[in-house]
Design a protein around this ligand. Structure first.
Ligand code: HEM
Length: 258
């Protein structure tokens, strides 16, 4: 049995070597072998597009799973990736029309191939992302990681948190069922009460002059916010967030220094 597994591992290593030596691999990654020495590794880290996001060296202690609260930030990121992929699938079927939105959501659940699964995945990933981002924020606060030199990233994080909440809220509106309709009404009432520019904000976000008459524009605007504006902002801010994490380096558990 052992021999069988060793055989499998040998073949796997051989296959990896063959792939790494192939001209296709070399043309993409420009490297013929894995780094063997530290200098080699540092050079790869600097030159390779796919790994340059990772720090060249890292303090092992900062990677402790309990310290990062189970890598909540990483979990939030992967939940966002799931949301994008499942969201694109839903966009093929959902129609942002006040007459049809509710029916298209029903169709997704009952008729579309894998529709119920993908929609549930989208909903649950959304709920968990709010939780994950919140827990990640708590961890950063609890470990004092918001202090110098990471204060800028903390501010970026606040915006990421607000965008996450806006994602959840705008998604809620889209089925245009009772919950969605009244959520839009709440958004309208909040917009209307913005000091000095209430009318303009309501008009911009809901496209109506009276919150009792929400219409097609109201739904369409929240659809555009949900599938375009927020994703673009999120991707941009996540890129800045990761760039700063990379530059500022991770914090180290306080009891052990730094
Ligand atoms: C979409 C939301 C977010 C994503 C995907 C995200 C992702 C990450 C990742 C992957 C890390 C490094 C590893 C880890 O701690 O898990 C990190 C670190 C950090 N995040 Fe976030 N984050 C998000 C929201 C936030 C929020 C809401 C805040 C605070 C308001 C924040 C502040 C920070 C800070 C200061 C660090 C550096 C922590 C350290 O060095 O110990 N992030 N984030």
């Amino acid at each position: 049995m052992d021999l069988f597994f060793y055989g499998l591992i040998d073949r796997w290593v051989l296959l990896q070597q063959q792939i790494r030596r192939s001209s296709v691999w070399i043309s993409i990654f420009r490297r013929e072998h894995l780094p063997q020495t530290e200098t080699d590794f540092l050079a790869m880290n600097r030159k390779n597009f796919f790994v340059h996001i990772l720090p060249a060296t890292i303090d092992k202690r900062s990677l402790r799973i309990t310290y990062s609260w189970f890598w909540m930030g990483v979990i939030a990121f992967w939940l966002f990736v799931i949301l994008v992929v499942t969201g694109i699938y839903l966009m093929f079927y959902y129609v942002p029309s006040v007459e049809r939105a509710f029916d298209t959501v029903r169709q997704i659940i009952n008729q579309v191939t894998l529709g119920r699964f993908i929609r549930n995945l989208h909903k649950w990933a959304g709920e968990f992302m709010v939780l994950a981002v919140f827990l990640h924020m708590l961890r950063v606060f609890y470990t004092g990681a918001y202090q110098k030199p990471r204060e800028f990233n903390w501010v970026i994080g606040i915006f990421l948190f607000l965008i996450t909440i806006m994602f959840a809220f705008s998604g809620y509106i889209l089925p245009w069922d009772q919950l969605g309709y009244y959520a839009a009404k709440i958004a309208c009432n909040i917009a209307e009460n913005v000091p000095f520019a209430g009318d303009q904000v309501r008009q911009a976000l809901l496209g109506v002059s009276d919150c009792n008459n929400l219409n097609q524009f109201s739904l369409l605007r929240w659809y555009v916010i949900h599938v375009f504006l927020l994703p673009v902002l999120m991707v941009l801010l996540i890129a800045i967030h990761f760039w700063r994490i990379r530059k500022d380096e991770y914090t180290i558990p306080p009891e052990e220094g730094a």
